[in-house]
Design a protein around this ligand. Structure first.
Ligand SMILES: *[C@@H]1O[C@H](CO)[C@@H](O)[C@H](O)[C@H]1NC(C)=O
Length: 240
């Protein structure tokens, strides 16, 4: 009872300190560029998005244009990643979606199709509840699918914070979009694609959830299925 109460108190504290932004891109094990060189800067400091019907769900508030953001060149299949300005300070999954720009990434508002290519979820589910693989991470690494066509893309980091998610609209979405130009690659059309907003309603079991009580015994990440087919959700996050 006591620990349940403590958790309930912690869950309602105003915790701006636990907020975060994705502020730098990683390529092949090293940070590239400076703060927000290749990641669109948000105009809301480090506040999360909570309205899942907003176009801010794409690349955060202020992220519709990449006019002041540079585009970084990678080869298809390369490992890239995001640095977080503090750390991932709330419980929940970390996922990544990509969307091909019709032209240049800097001109693209993210209104096209998005495909989920990475999901880090629970590392364990114990009688204490969901244990997250993302706890306190300051970065995470993943690979660009090797079969996607060459061209320019938005790569969208989505950290979902579930500490206040027991009421609809209480889930917090931390978002950041990197601009990349992919060379090489193949001719696969990224599958399982979704539109943002629209890909979540806020009522999914992985979004509208009390993670404290009753203690959950399972967790389902929201959003489209991972692609390429066969890509698995991860219980261990690779960090820089
Ligand atoms: C857990 O599993 C139950 C039964 O399959 C399902 O109804 C529920 O939505 C799941 N919860 C989460 C958070 O995925």
């Amino acid at each position: 009872m006591r620990s349940t109460l403590l958790l309930a108190v912690c869950a309602t504290l105003p915790s701006a300190l636990a907020h975060w932004n994705y502020d730098r891109l990683i390529h092949k094990g090293a940070i590239v560029g400076d703060y927000y060189t290749y990641i669109r800067r948000t105009t809301n400091a480090n506040s999360p998005i909570t309205d899942v019907t907003s176009t801010d769900m794409r690349c955060n508030s202020g992220g519709a244009s990449g006019a002041s953001t540079s585009t970084y060149t990678v080869a298809a299949g390369d490992e890239i990643g995001f640095m977080i300005d503090t750390n991932f300070g709330h419980p929940g999954p970390q996922q990544v979606y990509i969307s091909k720009a019709p032209g240049l990434a800097k001109d693209y508002d993210g209104s096209g199709s998005w495909t989920k290519i990475y999901a880090a979820t629970t590392k364990a589910i114990t009688d204490q509840g969901l244990q997250w693989s993302t706890d306190n991470i300051g970065s995470f690494l993943f690979n660009i699918p090797s079969t996607i066509p060459a061209g320019e893309y938005l790569v969208r980091a989505e950290g979902l914070a579930l500490h206040g998610a027991s009421t609809q609209g209480g889930a917090q979405w931390y978002l950041g979009c990197a601009q990349i130009k992919v060379t090489g690659g193949g001719s696969a059309t990224p599958g399982n694609s979704v539109k943002i907003p629209g890909y979540v309603t806020g009522k999914e079991p992985g979004v509208l959830i009390n993670i404290y009580y009753p203690v959950p015994t399972n967790y389902t990440t929201p959003g489209g299925a991972l692609w390429p087919t066969g890509t698995k959700e991860l219980s261990v996050v690779k960090t820089l």
